[in-house]
Write a protein that binds this ligand. Structure first.
Ligand code: DGT
Ligand code: MG
Ligand code: MG
Ligand code: MG
Ligand code: MG
Length: 275
């Protein structure tokens, strides 16, 4: 087809290809969720409907996009990690980010009523997105650790803050003053000695956030549409048909520590080797 004289405008597009061999992280965050949470009367400090909806949306993103190896979410944010070798959308940052964020946003509206029932969503919510590249497994793990540490710090503060207000009868200003300069140990002590709360018994989903990973599920033969076989040729033998085991992948959620080594040792398939 002949090119129009307008074709040259395409060259104004800038190249935003993500550097090869790096993990691509897309992090999204709810726009002004301070207001959204107030207006929709989210429970404080944690509303399990809101957190459940965020995770439902993240699951939808993971199931609809290729190459996401793990996602991690807390509060109004979620991070999606694309495998190093991903060539999805030719690694174009804007394509990757906008697909993730728009899929997530439309899911938030689509699934709202599954979590909030008859309580209507009062305006169309939005999310921002950013892309960050991490070249090594250490950097990527430190990124995820950073987000989980953030979850812990905020949740510890919010839990003791709202306990002082809701159960201790303090005003929000008084609670703020009371907590000024306190360390983690002080906050734990306030909850334990004054309210009989052992912070370590608070729900894991609030303390650790949510990691979504792929779990391999063996498909029972009876559920296969047909028996799957593969032709193989062994040395000194005729080529023959052998049955193959078929795995399906399923997104599974965990609220565990992802800072220490244990999680990564138990899931060695998530990260590719550094070399
Ligand atoms: P931004 O991100 O700069 O547009 O502004 P915000 O307001 O979204 O600020 P951000 O993302 O730093 O903080 C998240 C807000 O979302 C924070 O005001 C608390 C609220 N939020 C998130 N999860 C919950 C929840 O489970 N319950 C309640 N009550 N609020 C929540
Ligand atoms: Mg923010
Ligand atoms: Mg936000
Ligand atoms: Mg946030
Ligand atoms: Mg198109």
């Amino acid at each position: 087809m002949a090119k129009s004289k307008f074709e040259y405008v395409r060259n104004f597009e800038t190249d935003d290809t993500c550097l090869k061999n790096c993990y691509i992280v897309v992090r999204l965050d709810g726009r002004n969720f301070h207001k959204l949470s107030e207006l929709h009367k989210f429970l404080k400090p944690n509303d399990d409907r809101a957190l459940g909806l965020m995770t439902r949306c993240a699951r939808s993103v993971m199931e609809d996009m290729d190459d996401i190896i793990i996602s991690y979410g807390q509060s109004d944010e979620y991070s999606f990690i694309f495998k190093r070798s991903s060539n999805w959308f030719k690694r174009r940052a804007s394509k990757l980010m906008t697909h993730v964020v728009s899929q997530f946003s439309s899911s938030y509206v689509f699934y709202w009523k599954e979590y909030f029932g008859d309580q209507p969503l009062l305006y169309p919510p939005g999310f921002d997105g950013r892309v960050v590249l991490y070249p090594s497994n250490r950097n990527l793990r430190d990124y995820l650790s950073w987000r989980q540490a953030d979850c812990h710090i905020n949740n510890l503060y919010n839990t003791v803050f709202w306990t002082l207000v809701q159960r201790g009868g303090l005003t929000t200003t008084q609670a703020e003053d009371r907590l000024k300069g306190t360390l983690a140990a002080d906050k734990n002590e306030i909850m334990f000695s004054e309210f009989d709360i052992n912070y370590n018994n608070e729900p894991l989903v609030h303390r650790k956030g949510t990691a979504l990973i792929w779990e391999k599920v063996l498909t029972p033969l009876s559920q296969m549409e047909e028996t799957v076989t593969k032709r193989v040729k062994l040395p000194n033998e005729d080529e023959k048909e052998v049955p193959v085991t078929r795995f399906r992948r399923r997104v599974s959620a965990c609220h565990c520590d992802i800072i220490g080594d244990q999680f990564w040792e138990e899931h060695p398939d998530i990260l590719e080797d550094d070399n």
